[in-house]
Design a protein around this ligand. Structure first.
Ligand SMILES: NC(=O)c1ccc[n+]([C@@H]2O[C@H](COP(=O)([O-])OP(=O)(O)OC[C@H]3O[C@@H](n4cnc5c(N)ncnc54)[C@H](OP(=O)(O)O)[C@@H]3O)[C@@H](O)[C@H]2O)c1
Length: 433
């Protein structure tokens, strides 16, 4: 029996494709965590698809309908999650949901970049909300940061890599020297580009996202048609190779910038110095830089697409709607988990170690033997003479910290070791921490 103290939120899900089906799974898999955070139980009551005769994974068949009225006129359903995409019929569906005072969550960048202003106004008139975190940069919470955390940031520009497909293609061209057409074919083969990639490679997808970002960042209406865009079709492997010899990378950038009180929003390929943080954003990742007079610079980066990643942003929006006007989980200590602490000794880390030792035969072998006894394996070693002493610089494979420390205690006690060993952890090397 359901807990009578728990509020029940009924959702109408429109679309059960890549993102829609992931939202369904995520809401069910994370039900306990969502209820703990919001104090509400979220239930997907109905799902709209075109053809209900097709068997769908995970969700029971009786949830599916091909009749939108069946969802929007259901008085129990108070939140509509639109994951169909495109303008028709999504615009009509969202408009009618807002008209009826229902909250809306959408990932639809095309729609927002063309009809966003109308829909925001409608939501306001009807005293309800429209949230759209997943419409830009997938899992990265850039919209929430812009609309809530950056209100006093006095933003001057928002720019970055907001299209994963083109970033994947440019990264492949740079990594392998591939020609544009071959890198595109690889992206299609590996599922990073659609069979018709026009929206992505022409820069239009990025332009739609930049229109949304610019509107939220600068509180002014920017629509898709206001954003001039150049795609990556004209970038050749020669450009990529010359950029490399200039110590630069080629990236497709979206840039929204204030010039005094005027705004300029564009999408274009650009050369970036290799030490610029955006230059190292590779593959299908996205990253957005926020620049403002009160914040200097903030960069947000992460997966820009993908079913479950995008679904995570959609569910975050649902939680924001449900949790509105209530104290959050942070203020409600009774809703906190009581996690046990994981011991430092069991954490697996990589280490760098510089050891000052007597410059005599057999020292390295003695030290290596002790490390071996504790299961610590050496990844690389440099030995350098320093007069009467020698310096051993070692990097180790990932190892439990307790084992490493035990080996080190024993090594510190050797007469051949001349100074206290001081290991430093090596991070960001791709192993599971
Ligand atoms: N995929 C991503 O990684 C990603 C990332 C960020 C944002 N988004 C956005 O998320 C939205 C959904 O994308 P997706 O990749 O999940 O799309 P998708 O896989 O093509 O799924 C679309 C779903 O919508 C349903 N649908 C389409 N037209 C419909 C109509 N006229 N009436 C009723 N149902 C209809 C389809 O039903 P049938 O199954 O019956 O055909 C399907 O279940 C889009 O706005 C997209 O831009 C996607």
């Amino acid at each position: 029996m359901s807990d009578p103290g728990v509020k029940k939120i009924s959702i109408g899900l429109l679309g059960y494709g890549t993102v829609g089906s992931s939202v369904y799974s995520l809401i069910n898999d994370q039900a306990v965590e969502i209820a703990r955070t919001t104090g509400a139980s979220i239930n997907i009551k109905k799902i709209l698809v075109r053809d209900i005769s097709v068997p769908r994974q995970d969700a029971p068949q009786e949830l599916f309908t091909d009749d939108y009225e069946d969802i929007v006129d259901d008085p129990e359903i108070n939140t509509i999650v639109e994951l169909i995409g495109g303008i028709v019929p999504a615009f009509d569906y969202i408009s009618s949901a807002l008209e009826k005072g229902k909250s809306v969550v959408t990932a639809n960048k095309q729609l927002l970049s063309q009809k966003g202003v109308y829909l925001f106004q409608l939501a306001r008139e009807k005293g309800t909300q429209i949230r759209f975190e997943a419409s830009v940069a997938g899992a990265i919470p850039v919209i929430k940061v812009l609309r809530e955390s950056m209100v006093a940031a006095d933003l001057t520009s928002v720019y970055g890599i907001v299209n994963g497909t083109t970033n994947f293609i440019l990264t492949e061209m740079s990594r392998t020297g591939a020609k544009y057409q071959d890198a595109l074919a690889n992206a299609q083969e590996w599922g990073y580009a659609e069979s018709d990639p026009t929206e992505d490679i022409s820069g239009k997808d990025a332009a739609a996202k930049m229109a949304i970002l610019a509107s939220i960042a600068f509180h002014t209406a920017v629509e898709l048609d206001d954003v001039a865009c150049i795609g990556i079709e004209g970038i050749s492997s020669l450009d990529i190779s010359y950029a490399r010899s200039l110590d630069m990378s080629v990236k497709l950038l979206g840039v929204a910038k204030l010039y005094d009180d005027r705004i300029n929003v564009r999408v274009y390929p650009a050369l970036l110095k290799k030490d610029h943080p955006l230059a190292s954003v590779s593959g299908a990742y996205n990253a957005v830089f926020l620049k403002g007079n009160s914040i200097d610079e903030i960069m947000l980066s992460g997966p820009g697409a993908g079913g479950i990643e995008t679904a995570s942003a959609v569910v975050g929006d649902i939680v924001s709607i449900v949790a509105r006007d209530k104290p959050g989980v942070l203020e409600d200590i009774s809703a906190w988990r009581e996690l046990e602490f994981y011991p430092d000794d069991d954490v697996v880390s990589k280490f760098y170690l510089r050891l000052e030792v007597n410059d005599e035969p057999g020292v390295l072998a003695t030290i290596a033997q002790i490390f071996g006894k504790y299961g610590v394996s050496v990844e690389s070693v440099i030995q350098q003479g320093r007069g009467a002493h020698a310096e051993l610089v070692m990097v180790f494979h990932p190892v439990k910290e307790a084992s490493f420390r035990k080996a080190l205690d024993q090594i510190a006690g050797l007469p051949e070791v001349k100074s206290q060993p001081r290991p430093i952890r090596v991070e960001g090397d791709g192993y599971d921490q």
